[in-house]
Structures are given as structure tokens and as C-alpha cells.
Design a protein around this ligand. Sequence first.
Ligand SMILES: [Zn+2]
Length: 143
Amino acid sequence: MHSSPAKDNRPVPSALPEEQWRAKLSPQEYHVLREAGTEPAFTGEYTDTETTGVYRCRACNAELFRSSEKFHSGCGWPSFFSPLAGDSIIEIEDRSLGMVRTEVRCASCGSHLGHVFAGEDYGTPTDLRYCINSVSLTLEPAE
Ligand SMILES: [Zn+2]
């Protein structure tokens, strides 16, 4: 079983065995969601999307972010200043690539979403930037 400790030492949930994730997801989705990969900057389908709606986890369909908290960061990935609800995501210290970053995962299925950065002066209400891979999300447009 693949699981990593979260900040509060709860195990990260992993709703399906890895073989089933591999069958359910495209190779790119699997790489990002299940292997903590990153899509190339400025290539994701939602980078500059302004459509009103809810962004769900592409792996398990949990509601994660809303368009009302999305903003243009210019960083090349969809950026949000807050998750839809604090318990919809898990934040984990990530020391890969010689940096200390905070990884963001879906709280429902443990899949990798992106990273969160603080104190960048984007002028948003939280001063946080949830930098999320488009391939980790599915936008459900509002009616
Ligand atoms: Zn999920």
C-alpha cells in the first residue's frame, strides 16, 4: 500500500490500489496524480480559464476548488487562493528537488494536486497560491 504521513500524522487515504488508478487514468493523469508529477507550465487546459464553476478531483471527483477563488498568477498553472473547504485537501511537507515546499493532495483519495506557496504578494485575501495541475482537476461549469 502506498501511503505517506500527513502533517497531523493521519495516513493519506488511497481509495484504490495503484493498478486500478493506472487503468482508470490516462498516462499523464496517472503521472501527476499518483506519482506527484507536474505538467509543463502554460500547457494545462485550465491555466487561464475564467469559467464559473467547481473544480473536482480528476481521480475521485471530490469538490476541491471554486472558480471564485481562482486568480491569474502568471505562473503557468491554475492558481487558487483558497481551497473550497479546508478539509477537502491535505498539505504535506515536500523536500524533493532540494527545496522545502508544501505539497497539496486530495483529502478524499490522496492524489497529488500541486503545491501551495505563501507570501508572494499577489494581493489575494489569503496571500496563498495553490498552484494546481490542470490535469489533476475537472471543471464542472455552473448552470
Ligand atoms: Zn481525489
